[in-house]
Design a protein around this ligand. Sequence first.
Ligand code: PLP
Length: 404
Amino acid sequence: MRDEVEKWAREPMDWMKRELDGLANCSLERSLRNSAPVALHPSYIIRGQQQLLNLASNDYLGLSQHPLIIEAMSKSLSIVGAGAGASRLVTGNYPLFEHLEVELAAWHEREAALVFANGYMANSGIIRTLVGRGDVVFSDQLNHASIVDGIVLSRADHARYRHNDMKHLETLLEKYRHKERKLIVTDAIFSMDGDQAPLQELIALKREYGALLMVDEAHSSGIYSERGEGLCHALGIHHDVDIMMGTFSKSFGLYGAYVCGSRTLVRWLVNKARPLIYSTALPPSIIAGILASLSLVQSEHWRRQQLNANSVLFRSFLREGGYVIGEGDSPIIPLIIGDNDKALRFSEALEEKGIAAVAIRPPTVPEGTARIRFSLSAVHGQQELAEAAETIIEIGQQLEVLKR
Ligand SMILES: *Cc1c(COP(=O)(O)O)cnc(C)c1O
């Protein structure tokens, strides 16, 4: 016992190393790798000496290197300076914020909008303002980790329903019928599967059971509907969604997040959302960049059309090559492999052939569903995608993911 304590005192972090070695043994250790951008060419990245076709980022509209956004950001630096200096509730609330929030609310045809520092902080901060101990959150089993963390922080009961399974959700709603405050929360497009939530059915259920509905449009804002308003808007149900959340980190090619809804909701969040209250406002230059990006998102329809054409084409190439590819029209295309080690080897083989795509493993996805996640961009060329698909099919045969 004494020896144990002494050993512990000598090497208090030994357990960490042991657990990490365990992860490494199951091909589950993660590590940080350098990926340098290729100036003005968002469809490529540089790793080591190699230029890779980037099928791994979430820069769906190819805006991350856009000269107008870069210009707006650099211009604003000389006017508003580098940092905000304080939380928005203190002195960090420079006028660009209001400007952006007015535009966001108009774009989504909602009363009000509120900008957050990023999607993770928005989700983890918002949910705990909506429900607390004794309440209940109904959450799709495949929802993003930031939603799960928000639920945990809220201390509400966590009723997870099977992915997109409305029957299961209804059973749970029935079970918790007596609860006063209920929240249903879902991704609009699921980040690791690329499929859509059944939003119309969710609205019918939220009405029937008197629940609030929160929709995370991180992977659909900018992509769906005429001016990129998102999936709720494309389906014409945006007025029925109580809390709509989107990010500027994916289609917008930048950083940050926002919430749209009623004036009361925004007033509530300003008073209660801890990531907004207790964290410094985004640097002003980011907001200037987001405004420039928003205007491109709204007006450059060709980006959405090209992205959609690329998604359809890439899916059909992979299907022709013998892969079973899930339904949907989103730019997220998973290749389910199952085995962690094989998924890792697949991604290494892709990299050797000049393609960047990550092996997504548990706990990001359920056990036994390790996968390669391809994500497309409007700026990928169709010839590039055709060649990439050929490589992906060849590797699939070599690794016996595909039958010959
Ligand atoms: C990426 C993502 C987030 C987090 O957004 P960040 O701005 O990157 O923090 C939240 N929800 C979903 C569904 C996401 O995919």
